[in-house]
Design a protein around this ligand. Structure first.
Ligand code: CO
Length: 150
């Protein structure tokens, strides 16, 4: 049983490194100090699949210090935030099905994580994209630039 698991995980590691193209996998930490550990993310529109992982590096519960990572065009950021606040805590501060949201993790607390995947073709090289947290009051500190290369 253990041997089988070890072999399976070895295969998982080696196959993911074989398939990994440039900038198709990014990881962002989010802390109890209401901050991401990155101000910029760079991904490529040529990625078959872009994987974004958000990790809660703190200890606080998501009800007190929730973090998500939402991707939209920079110009849509304020509208997405307004929709998120209107959607409220029951919706974990994200309007379901908003066409302005390109991708979004769920809301997480300390010690939790969430991973989202989107095709690189959903993004256009050179466009101005943003990533940010829609928890009320977090936008000012928790926002960054998503740079999309060819
Ligand atoms: Co937050």
């Amino acid at each position: 049983m253990w041997k089988k698991l070890a072999i399976a995980s070895l295969f998982a590691v080696s196959s993911s490194s074989v398939w990994a193209a440039d900038n198709c996998k990014v990881e962002v930490g989010a802390s109890d100090a209401m901050q991401y550990d990155k101000k910029e993310l760079t991904v490529s529109a040529a990625c078959k699949e872009i994987t974004v992982t958000l990790k809660g590096t703190g200890k606080l519960d998501k009800k007190a210090m929730g973090h998500n990572l939402v991707i939209s065009l920079e110009k849509d950021k304020n509208t997405v935030i307004a929709e998120a606040i209107a959607a409220g805590p029951a919706a974990e501060y994200l309007k379901a099905g908003s066409p302005l949201v390109i991708a979004a993790t769920k809301m997480i607390g300390g010690g939790e994580s969430d991973t989202i995947k989107l095709p690189g073709s959903k993004l256009k090289a050179g466009e101005a994209y943003a990533f940010y947290c829609t928890f009320p009051g977090h936008l000012a500190l928790m926002n960054g630039k998503l740079i999309v290369t060819k």
